[in-house]
Ligand binder design. Sequence first.
Ligand code: SME
Length: 172
Amino acid sequence: MSASAAMPYFIKPSVNLDRSAKTEAYEQALMAIQANLEGETDATLKMATINCLLKTYLPYYYWVGFYVKSGERRLSVGPYQGTLGCLHISYDKGVCGRAAREEKTQIVPDTHALQQGTDHIACDPNSRSEIVVPVFGKDGALIAVFDVDSTLNNSFDEVDQKYLERLMKEVF
Ligand code: SME
């Protein structure tokens, strides 16, 4: 099924935040996540809860979710909130593939400036900026990547990177 530009009724376009409002929102979101995930061990439960609470506190989160390692150089969509996500992504493709390959956070100010289909995979044409953070398990091996899209350019910066890298380390 191909992605259409029409936004479903239950999804709102992004609203960017300045750094201080963003910092305040992340502090609240991480407190709520830590309170709700205290003592939890199930990865799917933790991933679904993180998606929900981050999307609740951060108004520029249009699509939010995890791509879980499903093979040697393959990712498959896990828990997410938003429009239809691509089901499988190879390590050789897109921003998610690059984050998994390099095991490094990727911040994209304008997804439409990237080579579509190779450097960027447009699961939803409304996506205009993106951040992808690698997720490591207790043994230090990559288990997934965490992906967030916004319908506006330049929604993500070092503040997002700092809080999201800290969160993924604390929870997984
Ligand atoms: N845009 C991502 C693919 C996943 S969608 O954003 C949900 C990429 O380029 O890897």
